[in-house]
Design a protein around this ligand. Structure first.
Ligand code: N01
Length: 535
């Protein structure tokens, strides 16, 4: 075994979570190191460089709040920031707080083993490094492990295969090429309009149609930005009181769908549509709870799709039937209208599945199928969400069992922060916390602050370990699923449920409702860390 470096805390990942964790740990005076698989900082924004990649939370909110000077000095240029701009922001943060020197880049953690006698984590990497750490913080991201679809013959394709989440740093030349895109989730919805601008022919292989609400993206007016910055602390505090921890400036009415007449309802949906983006689902307070209410919103969006696509047959194929918002709502800029262009074709692989990939392209249908010739195949096929990155590391807890084994029937955490049997392991925005159902930066800051305070508490009270109790964890997992069962979220095969990964147990992973969760974490902490054992 290589000689190991002993640290107080090891942080895995240099995205929003890992960088902030290192900053806070340094503030406590801890000896902290980080390991990052990418060659630079940024996490999800380092990897997802596909054309059109942007955040679906407004830039003024999708940013750190922990440092007043930072939030005042950084100037966002657009309502929804592009991937390059967010990456520049994260790089700025890394430089401003001198965070890079704590990270080992281009290195993957392979194993993490708890030693009860030490008591410490021993962590090894694929570069042959080893660390001994009192605390291990998994800041590995919720959408960081891409899925390669199991399509027969994929490896035989003679052209270029690109995955949206592993897009090459040198922009691939799509001009004049025959391009195919598999998938119609957010990554596809964002990239398809831009790929269409470059490609000679674009074929979109759609298995399930998607609901998308326009971003209405625009350059940020300096006066609007200044007005937000003047009230930043107040607006941030308001956002933390919202179910998804964002949207403090969205015009709100707190009404249920059938409390208003049909005309008012339509006006309200139109207003939300014109505002754009994810807040559409907040047009009424019961859209994700009441199936009939949800259907009114779905029908509104279906009509909008028909308005944007002139060929009624193509519009019908693009029109989803499932509950709106059950799979994550997409935020688009010209997605549906792209299908009006003569060189763009929609192939319904829900009706006629992909049979195989051949050296020349994609074959759809079996016996009398069709061969579609392609130069480039783009896989926008999603992620093994929330557990994927953790499952790929051999993490062994107190009795030698791996986290993967412990989570074979679905992830088990207490508060989404700790796992029974895995002392001093923290999962930032882990399953069982609001995580992907909240503004991630807000959720990250909350978790990192809690971890920091908890480590300070342990050190201040002469304790060395913290571990979630089995019973508290079981109750928490049941609670997370209970909350989901009151909503329409579990009614479709989404990645929130793990349904997009063959063999993954169907368990609703995020907890719905950010403010309630924050209160619960705060209550647990105030009640002497109820449900955790501190030794
Ligand atoms: O992945 P997805 P994504 N044959 O899982 C299809 C965040 N994000 O990367 O629905 C054919 O949503 C699959 O079809 P189906 C955001 O949270 C945010 O797009 O399973 N098709 C689906 O259409 C988002 O929700 C932003 O039937 C296959 C697609 O691939 C999350 O990341 C931008 C297939 C996968 O969609 C994931 O988004 C981008 C197969 N074998 C991403 N396998 C923003 O901030 C899969 N599919 C805006």
């Amino acid at each position: 075994m290589p000689a190991s470096r002993s640290v107080d805390m090891l942080v895995v990942g240099a995205g929003f979570a890992g960088l902030y964790m290192v900053h806070r740990a340094r503030g406590l005076g801890l000896d902290v190191e980080g390991v990052e698989a990418g060659d630079g900082v940024g996490g999800t924004w380092y990897w997802n460089r596909y054309p059109g990649a942007r955040c679906d939370v407004e830039s003024l909110e999708y940013s750190y709040s922990f440092d007043e000077d930072l939030q005042q000095e950084w100037e966002w240029t657009e309502r929804y920031a592009t991937q390059p701009e967010i990456l520049r922001y994260i790089e700025h943060v890394a430089d401003r707080f001198d965070l890079r020197r704590s990270f080992r880049f281009g290195t993957r953690v392979t194993t993490a083993t708890w030693s009860e006698s030490a008591p410490r984590w021993t962590v090894e990497t694929d570069a042959g490094d080893a660390y001994e750490a009192r605390f291990l913080v998994m800041a590995t991201g919720c959408l960081s492990m891409p899925i390669d679809p199991q399509i027969p013959g994929l490896e035989t394709f003679a052209g270029e295969i690109l995955h949206t989440s592993r897009w090459p740093h040198a922009e691939p030349d799509l001009v004049g090429k025959r391009v195919g895109v598999v998938g119609t989730g957010s990554s596809a919805v964002q990239s398809i309009p831009l790929i269409a601008e470059r490609a000679a022919a674009l074929t979109v292989f759609q298995r399930t149609p998607t609901y998308a609400v326009p971003a209405h993206n625009h350059s940020l007016d300096p006066e609007e930005q200044a007005a937000v910055k003047a009230r930043y602390p107040e607006l941030r505090a308001e956002a933390r009181q919202m179910a998804i921890a964002t949207g403090s400036r969205v015009p709100r009415i707190d009404a249920s769908t059938f409390e208003v007449d049909e005309q008012t309802r339509h006006q309200r949906f139109e207003q939300a549509w014109q505002w754009g983006g994810l807040p559409f689902l907040g047009a009424f307070n019961d859209l994700i709870i009441d199936p009939a209410a949800n259907e009114t919103a779905a029908e509104f969006v279906r009509a909008k799709i028909r308005e944007q696509v002139s060929d009624p047959e193509v519009a019908a194929r693009l029109t989803p039937r499932q509950v709106i918002g059950c799979k994550r709502l997409c935020v688009d800029s010209g997605y549906y209208a792209t299908f009006d262009q003569p060189h763009v074709r929609l192939v319904d692989v829900g009706a006629t599945p992909i049979d195989s990939v051949t050296p020349a392209g994609v074959r759809v249908g079996s016996d009398d199928g069709e061969d579609i010739e392609l130069d480039v195949l783009v896989l926008a096929t999603g992620f093994d969400a929330m557990t994927g990155a953790l499952d790929r590391i051999d993490i062994r807890g107190r009795d030698g069992a791996t986290l993967r084994e412990r989570w074979a029937a679905g992830p088990q955490t207490y508060l989404g922060l700790g796992v029974h049997g895995f002392p001093n392991l923290f999962t930032v925005t882990g399953p069982g916390s609001p995580s992907v159902l909240a503004n991630m930066v807000v959720a990250i800051e909350h978790h990192v602050d809690w971890i920091t305070d908890t480590v300070a508490h342990l050190d201040g009270t002469g304790r060395t370990t913290i571990e979630a109790e089995r019973e508290a964890q079981e109750e928490w997992v049941a609670y997370v699923n209970d909350v989901a069962s009151y909503t329409l979220f579990p009614t479709c095969g989404s990645w929130y449920l793990g349904a997009n990964v063959p063999g993954k147990p169907r368990v609703f992973m995020p907890l719905i409702g950010f403010p309630g969760y924050v209160q619960q974490v705060s209550d647990v902490t105030a009640d002497a860390y109820r449900g955790f054992t501190l030794t």
